[in-house]
Ligand binder design. Sequence first.
Ligand SMILES: NC(=O)c1ccc[n+]([C@@H]2O[C@H](COP(=O)([O-])OP(=O)(O)OC[C@H]3O[C@@H](n4cnc5c(N)ncnc54)[C@H](OP(=O)(O)O)[C@@H]3O)[C@@H](O)[C@H]2O)c1
Length: 325
Amino acid sequence: MKAVIVEKPGDDNVLKLADVPDSVPKSDELLIRVRAAGLNRADIMQRQGFYPPPPGASEILGLECAGDVIAVGSGVTGWKVGDRAMALIPGGGYAEKAVAHFGSAMKIPAALSYEEGAGVPEVFLTVYLNIFMLAGLKKSEAALIHGGGSGIGTASIMLLKEYGSRSIVTAGSDEKCEQCLKLGADVAINYKSASFPDAVKTATSGRGADVILDSIGGAYLAPNIQALAQNGRLVMIGLMNGTRGELDLAAVLRRHLRIYGSTLRGRPAAEKAEIVSAFLKQFSAALEAGRLRPPIYRSLPASEAREAHRIMQASEHFGKIVLTF
Ligand SMILES: NC(=O)c1ccc[n+]([C@@H]2O[C@H](COP(=O)([O-])OP(=O)(O)OC[C@H]3O[C@@H](n4cnc5c(N)ncnc54)[C@H](OP(=O)(O)O)[C@@H]3O)[C@@H](O)[C@H]2O)c1
């Protein structure tokens, strides 16, 4: 089968479309003929050599894919050949065929294309896990999401709107802020021209955000703590600005704050199946109705994987970038 491979760790020039051995499903896995694969920021880190796949996972990039089921393992239930699947996978999405644990796969709603389906699993399940399952956001609360124009940010905006709680996002340009508002964010802050803790306080009548989903890390730790409300929860999911920051422990005590950290990729299949099942229980009607539909910024053929990575690394995109096979 054809797959996009990383010749050696480096910049986008190390990506190459090549022939590799076919993926083979285990008894609890589906074999998917991939039509589209979603890009994620983690793919850039893996390409650069900083984010190796978990043990047993494919070395090929790609944490999510959408396509047609072409084989099912003997222990799989609820799936048959011919089903349209969108799957969360620990690797292997940038290929004509990919394997997925059946508990990590979801049926693609009729309202969604393969490209849109490929943009759902990684970001929607990450947001669901962190904002809903870990931080336990209530409808009456407000959440602050950094990187509102990212895959994670756009999924957050749509899920929060569907759920009915307030979303405040940050983004790096007025244009991206406008797009976030159009997608359904209640407040959008251009972090390059405004101090986000001040803007969050203004937007919440001085209260602060009840939950912050932070994928930036580093120097954002101190202002995040400043921006949290009493009983606020900070959920760390990414470290684009670095691994170290300064923490005001007095504020943590005084305001009864909680800090979580989590990753999705390395979790056991059984945990991922629980996340998928809880997500579908709450949001499958909205998915079916097409209200949860990732904005696709660009869909490029797999032969243009270098360009796709360049766009993502330059943060030109709003929403998701996908590769087609
Ligand atoms: N822990 C997990 O399980 C998990 C799962 C999925 C994703 N993540 C993390 O979530 C983050 C977003 O992933 P994604 O795939 O949605 O990314 P993405 O679509 O590539 O978007 C990232 C966005 O973040 C903004 N950004 C980049 N560097 C920044 C910085 N230093 N300060 C402020 N903003 C910055 C950029 O938008 P602007 O133009 O607005 O600056 C960029 O478009 C990544 O950190 C990723 O590792 C974690």
